[in-house]
Write a new protein. Structure first.
Length: 267
């Protein structure tokens, strides 16, 4: 069977059903703004390709390709000899159901006003803890480019950078790459020292002492050392609680100060 024509006359869904009802073995070529191929064996979909750089044979991968191809309004199609995977394949019903699920997701994104927004960022605050699945975490992780302590320190400041790295370390979500192995080693040391300091502060209610890691690379500085020679900053101690100007407090100590402050205020 020779089949060719224009996408303006036939939808991708129509073409899939024709290949299925005729139990066709062949490869459907789509030519338009995007180029795609859908492979069939006895009317079942065995694989799909998009622009020579995306291909797959499982249900989600095939649906991804067909979802993009289904948005084409202009172009041509033709069926040629089969040159795709020799596999059992998927039913057209399975593939179309997956494509429809993707369309439903897109409608939600459009309704939320996200698709046409000029800029998107992750919300900086949440009202309650979130539970993230491994698949969702992979999506979030792909949004963040690799970074180093030095670059983060330059943009966020020394203390903020250390706290961010400590949080990533304690959550177990910091993955080092080859170029950052040396700095990551020192990060682990600093994070462990901070963790010990927080435990100590929580047990005796006192401020954590200086954290020193020797020797250390120049890019990783002592968490506690603060240079105040250029511009002294007036410090206002919390009511009922005081600490030397040379002391840097960990999160655990801040929590203790808040607790003590609330007791003083109650009196």
């Amino acid at each position: 069977m020779h089949l060719s024509g224009q996408l303006s006359d036939w939808s991708i869904s129509d073409l899939l059903h024709i290949m299925e009802v005729t139990s066709k073995t062949g490869s459907l070529d789509i030519e338009g703004e995007r180029h795609g191929r859908v492979h069939f064996r006895d009317g079942r979909v065995t694989g799909a390709e998009l622009d020579d750089d995306k291909s797959g044979s499982d249900q989600a991968e095939v649906a991804d390709v067909l979802y993009v191809l289904s948005t084409l309004e202009d172009g041509s199609f033709s069926v040629g000899p089969a040159d795709g995977p020799d596999a059992p394949g998927l039913t057209v019903k399975q593939v179309i159901a997956e494509v429809e699920a993707l369309r439903s997701i897109e409608k939600e994104v459009v309704a939320a006003g996200l698709l046409d927004a000029p800029v998107i960022r992750l919300t900086p605050t949440i009202d309650e803890p979130l539970t993230v699945s491994p698949e969702q975490w992979a999506t979030l992780a792909n949004l963040v480019n690799p970074f180093t302590f030095t670059t983060l320190q330059d943009s966020q400041g020394r203390v903020a950078a250390v706290r961010i790295f400590h949080t990533l370390h304690k959550l177990g979500v910091a993955d080092t790459i080859e170029d950052g192995d040396e700095e990551a080693y020192w990060l682990d040391q600093v994070a462990d020292e901070l963790s010990d300091a927080e435990k100590s502060a929580g047990s005796n209610g006192s401020a954590a002492s200086s954290v020193e890691v020797e020797p250390k690379p120049a890019s990783l500085v002592s968490v506690i050392e603060i240079d105040e020679t250029d511009a002294p900053v007036e410090r206002v101690p919390a009511r009922g609680v005081s600490a030397p100007a040379s002391t840097t407090l960990t999160d655990g100590v801040y929590d203790e100060i808040r607790r003590l402050r609330s007791k003083v205020n109650e009196k």
